[in-house]
Each structure stands twice: as structure tokens, then as C-alpha cells.
Design a protein around this ligand. Structure first.
Ligand code: OOG
Ligand code: NI
Length: 465
């Protein structure tokens, strides 16, 4: 078979993302409600802000928004993680970033599988936040051994999924028929199972150690635990959720409401208590329940440079020293007021953010700039003369603090537990079978490439004179 008859990885990822969305909508009806709400708020936002719409169109990033979503899974073993990496590679998704969640009292560490090239991102930016359980953080040695045994015995991928991954690796792609089979087979891994693979007693002991440990170990596979659409106005969606019968958590995670959005703001509705059958002592099924799956929405802003990120972290810490958001929402108003106040230090206009080198931007020639000849221009002069324009580069990753807030809100206050912070990227990458990409290097690369193109053309015009 010739290479050009293969389906592109971008296409497989788009198909997979659509299939996942259809499956989750059926499994969790509130997700469908949320999708509809987000779509109408996005339409309203674009209608009210023609400039935003024009810039999204000009940068080829408008169409992706309605298709945009991220999911999350939690894996149990190094073998599962490395196989998952190979599965995602077939869809053009690569591990970016290392997140240590132990600092937030959650015994996992994680990466985000996502497309990396600008073109692939614009085609479909589907991402999956993928965590690996850290059994080394379970104190009880007997329970640790039992959990390891259960995990070692389960198979989360179908045989055909594995065969198709091997085939794609061998041949450098999949044809139409195989790509469709691949999507269907891989989807099985993310499906919800209402029959556990452990006894009621073991579930309880795992749950007592940490709710998340029970969530990973008790099931046949790593059910997708949420699927998050991207909104252009998270405050509006948050305010309208109750009218749609959905109860959001009290505060939006991340930065405050701003004119120029930065990084990532997220909110969620609490996980559902769902019926699950556990194995009884006599081998029959025993009714019980488990809470894992929830709903989330997000608004994405500009990617920050290390300097911008440090300022963000500092301001968020300052806020939390002054007031901590209570899980019951009782001080939500106060928290938001303090957050807004503290963040006044962070410039809130695109040029201010750019000039202070707090965020990453994509530069391009304006219409006037592409017509000009013989104008010698350094970047700032060219911008002032209206020859070069800049657009914020979207943050494509996650925020560990946000992630922890969402994790925690779904675990309840009682589940907050202290682990000694113990990032172990070396162990994670060994288990993954690859190293993770550095997100900052990625954004800096996009910015640099855009700049070189602009300045090159302007300077070429100068040289040609
Ligand atoms: C993942 C939570 C992280 C986000 O949006 O930050 C995440 C999980 O609960 O497994 O999805
Ligand atoms: Ni999420």
C-alpha cells in the first residue's frame, strides 16, 4: 500500500474526538446540555465582538473552537501508560508537560497528550490529560500489593487495538478501513463499566486509602472521567448553568475575569453518583455506587512566558494567603473580589502583556505591511507604523493548581490528604517510554518562527530596493 493512501493522523484524531463526544453524551446526558449551552454562548460572544471573530478567522483558529474539547483518564501501570502513548501517537497526539499532583494531595502524576504543530492544532486540538497512579504513595504495604496484583491482571486495550497500533507503527499509517476500526476499538478503552473487578470490601479499603485509588483500581478500564468544551465566555456559561439544571462549583478556577484572558479558566459540575455492581463474597454481584464522572468547561487565554507564569503563580498564591475558597462556596464572593484585586498587577491589554514579555504572540504582516517596500523596520517601529500585527498564542496546556482544584472539588473536602511533594519526572518518563515535550519551548518556537517570517519579508523588501 502506498503511503499516500493512509488516513492522516489529524483525521483519525478528529474522528476519535467526535466518537468520544458521542459516547460521552450518551453516557452522561448533562454533557450534551453543557455542549449546547457553550455553543450558544460562543455564538453570542462572537456576534457581540466582531473584532475577536475577525482575528480568529484571520489566524485560522475560529473553526477549531466548536470542535475543541479535552478529556481526562487515570491509568494504573507503566505498561498501560506506554501503550497509551503509542495509541495517541497514531492520532498525532504527543506527551507535553509533566504535572505532579502529589503536591495537591492526589497520588498521581500526569502529562497531556495533544497535537503540537500549529496546523494540527487548528485542524483539531483534542487533548487528553493522562494521569498515572502512584502506588508508591499508598502507605499500607498490603493494600499496595493487592492493588498492584489487580492492575497487573487487567487488560485495558482490545487485542485488535494493539494489533492496529503495531500495524500503524510498522507501515507508517492506517488505511480508511483500518482507521475506522482503530477509532472503534480504542474507544472501548475509555468506556464506562458498571461492573467492578473488585469486591465490595476491597473497594472500600481502596476508597479509604484515597478515592482516586479506588477509581483507578476497581474497574476494567480507565473510563473517561470528563470531556470539556471550550467557551469564549466562561462567566456567562457559569451563570446560566443553574437555569439548565446543572449546579456548577462555587468559583471558577484560575485567573479572574479579564479583558485579555490569560492561561486557562475552568469550572465544573460535581461528579455523579452512579450505580456499580461489586463482587460479593459468594461470587454474585452486589449493588453499590461510585462517583467519578463530572462535567467541566474552560476558557483559554494567551500562553504565558516563564516570566508571566511566575507572576501568575505569585499572584494566585498571594490571593490564597488572603482567602481560601471553601468547598461549600460560602466565601465565593470574597475570594473573587480578592482575586480580581490582586491581579490588578498583571497588565490587561495585549500590547502591555507583550511589551512586558509576559505572554507569547504570533506576529504577521498587515495588509499595509505586505505592500510596503523599502521601509527599514525593527519590530517595534514596524508595529507602530501598522506594518506588523500580533495575536495572542492560545495556551494549549493545563494548570496543575486548577487541575488540583477540580480533582479536590470532586473528591470532597474530606478527601483532602497530604502527601509529601515528590515530583518524579524521571520515573514518569521511564514508565512512559519517552520524554515529555517542554511547553514553553513549544510556544517560544511558534513565536520565533512567526517573527522571522515577518522581519524577513520586511527586510527583504528593504534589500530589494
Ligand atoms: C484530571 C484533572 C485535570 C484539567 O482540566 O485540569 C484536568 C482528572 O481529574 O483526572 O482535566
Ligand atoms: Ni479537565
Amino acid at each position: 500500500m502506498k503511503a499516500n493512501s493512509y488516513v492522516s493522523a489529524d483525521r483519525i484524531r478528529s474522528d476519535f474526538s467526535a466518537a468520544m463526544s458521542a459516547m460521552y453524551r450518551e453516557e452522561v446526558p448533562a454533557y450534551g446540555t453543557l455542549m449546547a449551552l457553550v455553543a450558544s454562548v460562543n455564538d453570542e460572544t462572537l456576534a457581540a465582538d466582531p473584532h475577536l471573530k475577525a482575528r480568529l478567522e484571520a489566524t485560522d483558529t475560529l473553526d477549531r473552537i466548536s470542535e475543541e474539547r479535552h478529556g481526562a483518564i487515570r491509568l494504573g501501570t507503566p505498561e498501560e501508560l506506554s501503550m497509551m502513548r503509542r495509541v495517541f501517537a497514531v492520532m498525532g497526539m504527543y506527551p507535553v508537560g509533566y504535572y505532579d499532583l502529589s503536591t495537591a494531595g492526589v497520588p498521581v502524576h500526569s502529562t497531556a497528550f495533544r497535537p503540537v504543530g500549529a496546523q494540527s492544532l487548528n485542524r483539531n486540538p483534542f487533548r487528553v490529560f493522562t494521569s498515572l497512579l502512584r502506588l508508591d504513595l499508598i502507605a499500607d504495604a498490603a493494600l499496595r500489593a493487592e492493588a498492584a496484583e489487580v492492575l497487573a491482571a487487567r487488560k485495558i486495550f482490545t487485542d485488535e487495538a494493539v494489533t492496529l497500533v503495531e500495524k500503524a507503527e510498522r507501515n507508517g499509517g492506517l488505511d480508511t478501513v483500518d482507521a475506522a476500526r482503530f477509532v472503534a476499538q480504542v474507544l472501548e478503552t475509555f468506556r464506562w463499566h458498571d461492573h467492578a473487578i473488585v469486591s465490595t470490601d476491597m473497594y472500600k479499603r481502596l476508597h479509604d486509602a484515597h478515592r482516586l485509588i479506588a477509581d483507578v483500581v476497581s474497574f476494567k478500564g480507565p473510563h473517561i472521567n470528563h470531556l470539556t468544551p471550550r467557551t469564549l465566555d466562561i462567566d456567562k456559561v457559569q451563570a446560566r448553568m443553574p437555569q439548565e439544571g446543572i449546579a456548577p462549583k462555587a468559583v471558577v478556577e484560575g485567573p479572574p475575569t479579564r479583558t485579555c484572558p490569560i492561561l486557562l479558566r475552568q469550572t465544573s459540575f460535581k461528579s455523579l453518583e452512579e450505580p456499580v455492581s461489586f463482587i460479593a463474597a459468594d461470587g454474585s454481584w452486589q449493588e453499590g455506587s461510585h462517583t467519578a464522572r463530572f462535567g467541566e468547561i474552560e476558557q483559554r487565554g494567551v500562553a504565558l512566558t516563564p516570566k508571566g507564569r511566575a507572576l501568575y503563580d505569585q499572584l494566585l498564591n498571594e490571593t490564597r494567603v488572603r482567602v481560601r475558597p471553601a468547598a461549600d462556596g460560602s466565601n465565593a464572593g470574597e475570594y473573587e473580589a480578592v482575586l480580581t484585586d490582586v491581579f490588578k498587577t498583571f497588565p490587561d491589554d495585549w500590547d502591555g502583556i507583550r511589551q512586558a514579555r509576559l505572554g507569547y504572540f504570533r506576529y504577521s504582516l498587515t495588509e499595509k505591511g505586505s505592500r510596503v517596500t523599502g521601509r527599514s523596520a525593527d519590530l517595534e517601529t514596524a508595529i507602530e507604523a501598522g506594518l506588523i500585527q500580533f495575536d495572542p498564542i492560545v495556551y494549549e496546556d493545563f494548570l496543575p493548581v486548577s487541575a488540583a482544584g477540580i480533582f479536590q472539588s470532586n473528591l470532597g473536602d474530606d478527601a483532602a490528604q497530604d502527601f509529601v511533594a515528590s515530583p518524579n519526572q524521571v520515573m514518569f518518563e521511564r514508565d512512559l517510554g519517552a520524554s515529555v515535550l517542554d511547553e514553553f519551548a513549544h510556544y517560544a518556537g511558534i513565536e520565533r518562527a512567526s517573527l522571522e517570517m515577518c522581519l524577513g519579508i520586511v527586510n527583504m523588501a528593504v534589500a530589494a530596493e
